[in-house]
Ligand binder design. Sequence first.
Ligand SMILES: Cc1cc2nc3c(=O)[nH]c(=O)nc-3n(C[C@H](O)[C@H](O)[C@H](O)COP(=O)(O)OP(=O)(O)OC[C@H]3O[C@@H](n4cnc5c(N)ncnc54)[C@H](O)[C@@H]3O)c2cc1C
Ligand code: FES
Length: 280
Amino acid sequence: MFRIAKKEVLNPSVTRMSIEAPLVARKVQPGQFIILRVEEDGERIPLTVAGYDREAGTVDIIFQIVGATTEKLNHKQQGDSLPDFVGPLGKPTETEGLRRVAVIGGGVGCAIAFPVAKKLFEQGCEVDAVAGFRTKDLVILENEFRANSTRFLPVSDDGSWGRKGLVTDALQQLIDSGRAYDEVIAIGPLIMMKFVCRLTKAYGIRTVVSMNPIMIDGTGMCGCCRVSVGGKMKFACVDGPDFDGHEVDFDEAMARCAAYKPFEAKAREAACNLFSMEVK
Ligand SMILES: Cc1cc2nc3c(=O)[nH]c(=O)nc-3n(C[C@H](O)[C@H](O)[C@H](O)COP(=O)(O)OP(=O)(O)OC[C@H]3O[C@@H](n4cnc5c(N)ncnc54)[C@H](O)[C@@H]3O)c2cc1C
Ligand code: FES
């Protein structure tokens, strides 16, 4: 069993947990993920490792409550345990040799982008971090980004935090000001990554994106997480989750991601009913 050492609410729909998982903590690198179950017979869900403490043997996850399983996970408290916490899975984000990078995070994607920005900054890379949220109430990890970047550009859709605009506006501004990058790393909603890639392609800046398709086994066997990259089929769980964004077929990925929406809505409704019955 994997004990929840700490639980912290980051915003009304995003929670951070530190999980005691010493074997995962010993090996994990930024960009890798774990698969957990909240109950013995529950669904397996992948979450990216948002931080780790090798000495304490803990691994941080940051998750958005979007459906049945994340709802159930959020009902767990400090001291409770999870039956499964498997990892590290996937390939770590490649950071070697990079000297000037723009790291772009969108929404809960900032949880995945942050450990990458931190690693790059710690290895002496110049990091321009752009974080984008719909509105101020949804902001997470602001202080962490500020402390681990050379420049920090906050943006929000409604202008309530940082500049009003999209992450692509901030990136355009950086490029226009003469900033040159070895690479852009963009992590967030598919539509955000698609438009970041469209922008960087015009300037010939290599861009890495983190793909989060639906996953089941996370070990390359079920084929559920396939994405088209450069016209070839790749499995995000073993070949990724990072890919060359200029090669990714985002439209196909978006269509595949929406395939289970009606089932997911039903499952969440059932989980919400279960918790409201417990409260009564
Ligand atoms: C490699 C990887 C890393 C991820 N890292 C994070 C993270 O750090 N923080 C975070 O908040 N979310 C992350 N996600 C997404 C997270 O796995 C889903 O939000 C979660 O599975 C939703 O489950 P649910 O039952 O609560 O919601 P559901 O109602 O079942 O689904 C809501 C949405 O979540 C996605 N989803 C559902 N099931 C899966 C699945 N088995 N695999 C992948 N996506 C699924 C779909 O887009 C779906 O529309 C990651 C996904 C992948 C593939
Ligand atoms: S999740 Fe099954 S092959 Fe990737």
